[in-house]
Design a protein around this ligand. Structure first.
Ligand SMILES: [Zn+2]
Length: 81
């Protein structure tokens, strides 16, 4: 199967939710790891995110930008549970 037009737009332009730096994330910047309640959620979930190079805050990738190729490119970090 060839992908002629991919739905999601990458690089992804985002504004850091903490320091408000305007960033451009590549698929290869995406990481994948567990996040717990300390990140504002009710339960532990695995999330795709990019880390702001300015303030090191994690910014979650919107679900509609998560194509298979993004998931494949994401670096999976094994963190202790
Ligand atoms: Zn930031």
């Amino acid at each position: 199967m060839k992908v002629l037009v991919e739905k999601a737009v990458w690089p992804w332009k985002l504004t850091c939710r903490k320091c408000e730096s305007v960033l451009e994330a590549e698929k290869t910047d995406v990481e994948y790891a567990w996040f717990g309640a300390s990140y504002g959620g009710d339960r532990r979930e695995k999330e795709y995110y990019v880390t702001c190079p300015v303030c090191e805050t994690d910014n979650f990738v919107p679900k509609d930008l998560l194509t298979q190729s993004v998931k494949d490119a994401a670096k999976a970090y094994q963190q202790p549970t």
